[in-house]
Ligand binder design. Structure first.
Ligand SMILES: Nc1ncnc2c1ncn2[C@@H]1O[C@H](COP(=O)(O)OP(=O)(O)OP(=O)(O)O)[C@@H](O)[C@H]1O
Ligand SMILES: [Mg+2]
Length: 254
């Protein structure tokens, strides 16, 4: 079971779009995926069409809830969900100062059966607070979506530093699996330069796949459908399928 945190403290960088559509593309390729929605905005939960969430993951963090009991199936083939809910807004405040609060998700993921899902994708909120640290403590791989604008790159060093700190203190297995250029407008020179700059500074860490700007990706949350179903022939669907294949191919490397 490969576990990914999809993290970037910058808002609107493409985390949720990537969590939902990468999950759908992996599902389409026959893999089983668990999406964990850690964001109190619960956008991934709504996008995956899950309405009756109760308190979602809240009871896991605040009470003695059991992760396996909040997991629900979705209408997307191969994709299950641990839902968020508006209750999650209070979690970070309630847990301040609690011993071991950074490890709650890690402990709960460890209790899941190892062979039910091939991938766990954790959609993080746009902060580096306790919920994102929970995600980083619980996974082996971080997928960092960045919007292809110069301004969007400034927070990247801070995020990579946080990953390094969590790796040293909480989770020795953690590494950045890949930086994903999102919303790349292939027609502008600016976007191409930003992708080049990303590769110059981060080399192999940048996925070969880039996600192009595609209005269909922005439309599909309103229809509670992933891009692979909403518009299977769109560039967005093609890009997330390519990313899924790139991630699957990593498993064949020595
Ligand atoms: N490739 C794309 N083409 C067009 N629009 C996109 C693309 N990727 C993301 N968007 C749009 O950009 C906005 C931000 O994307 P998204 O919600 O995935 O980011 P996020 O990092 O999850 O945001 P937040 O930090 O608020 O959780 C959304 O309106 C989304 O529809
Ligand atoms: Mg989001």
């Amino acid at each position: 079971m490969r576990k990914f945190a999809i993290a970037n403290q910058k808002g609107g960088s493409g985390k949720t779009t990537t969590a939902v559509n990468l999950a759908a593309a992996l599902g389409e390729a026959g893999r089983r995926v668990l999406v964990v929605d850690l964001d109190p905005q619960h956008s991934a939960t709504a996008w995956l069409g899950v309405r009756d969430t109760g308190r979602g993951l809240y009871d896991l963090f605040v009470g003695d809830g059991d992760l396996s009991r909040v997991i629900t199936s979705t209408g997307v083939p191969g994709v299950d969900l641990a839902p968020s809910s508006p209750w999650m807004v209070g979690v970070e405040r309630i847990l301040v100062g609690e011993v071991g609060a950074e490890q709650i998700l890690r402990r709960n993921l460890a209790k899941l059966p190892a062979d039910t899902w091939d991938y766990v994708l954790v959609d993080c909120p746009p902060t580096l607070g306790l919920l994102t640290v929970n995600a980083l403590a619980a996974v082996q791989e971080v997928l960092v979506p960045v919007e292809a604008h110069v301004m969007a790159l400034t927070g990247l060093a801070h995020l990579l530093h946080t990953v390094e700190v969590v790796r040293e203190r909480l989770n020795n297995d953690l590494r950045v699996s890949g930086i994903l250029a999102c919303r790349v407008d292939a027609r502008t020179r600016h976007a191409r330069e930003v992708v080049e700059q990303l590769r110059e500074h981060n080399g192999e860490l940048v996925y070969r796949t880039v996600i192009r700007e595609n209005i269909r990706l922005a439309e599909c949350p309103s229809f509670a459908q992933p891009i692979t179903r909403y518009d299977s022939k769109s560039s967005g669907a093609a890009d997330y399928r390519a990313l899924a294949q790139e991630i699957i191919a990593q498993e064949k490397q020595p």
